[in-house]
Design a binder for this molecule. Structure first.
Ligand code: IMP
Ligand code: MG
Length: 179
């Protein structure tokens, strides 16, 4: 894939502006209550670290690692919990932070996991991107930044074969470019 053929979908400025809007909504919702921000690695790393900077309540950050993609641009349809060690989240406000909800299988896995393991005070799911057209589950994020079409997106945490997570913007490329 040639990085020069990447088309910009969301600029750094658009992303950062939207993140501040989401954080404001969350600040209103949680008030001064403590929140456990659970970042789903690796894709959500950029979003989670930027989002928490604009949260005003006491925040604890946790990191879990899942994988569902085969390496390239296809989802395996099966969620792997690479590392899902978490502290006791009973009676806590949990905010799960994801990069993108695509099929929704990862989101469903995580929400089921929380339900089975903890009686949280609240569990909210936040995703920067929402690819609603690709959904195969009935899961909807409580917060999302942008709704996107069924394109393969790259940048700002989203990778192609491990690369491009470090881009400050989100771009897409024609499928033919990825072969
Ligand atoms: P889901 O389980 O199908 O909802 O997919 C969730 C995971 O697949 C996300 O957390 C991403 O890491 C990855 N993913 C889905 N769509 C894309 C994309 O367009 N680009 C890069 N990664 C993606
Ligand atoms: Mg992800």
């Amino acid at each position: 894939m040639d990085i020069n053929n990447l088309k910009v979908l969301f600029t750094e400025e658009q992303i950062q502006t939207r993140i501040k809007e989401l954080a404001n909504e969350m600040n209103k919702f949680y008030g001064n209550e403590e929140v456990y921000a659970v970042c789903v690695l690796k894709g959500a790393v950029m979003f989670a670290t930027d989002l928490v900077k604009s949260l005003s309540m006491p925040v604890k950050m946790e990191f879990i690692r899942l994988s569902s993609y085969n390496g390239g641009t296809t989802t395996s349809g099966k969620v792997n919990a690479v590392d899902i060690s978490l502290p006791d989240l009973n009676e806590k406000n949990v905010l799960i932070i994801e990069d993108i909800v695509d099929t929704g299988l990862t989101a469903k896995f995580l929400l089921d996991f929380m339900n089975c393991n903890f009686h949280t005070k609240s569990t909210k799911f936040c995703s920067l991107l929402d690819k609603k057209v690709a959904r195969v589950t009935d899961v909807e994020p409580d917060y999302y930044g942008f709704e996107v079409d069924d394109k393969f997106l790259i940048g700002y945490g989203l990778d192609y074969d491990g690369y491009y997570r470090n881009l400050t913007y989100i771009g897409y490329t024609d499928k033919s470019e990825l072969e």
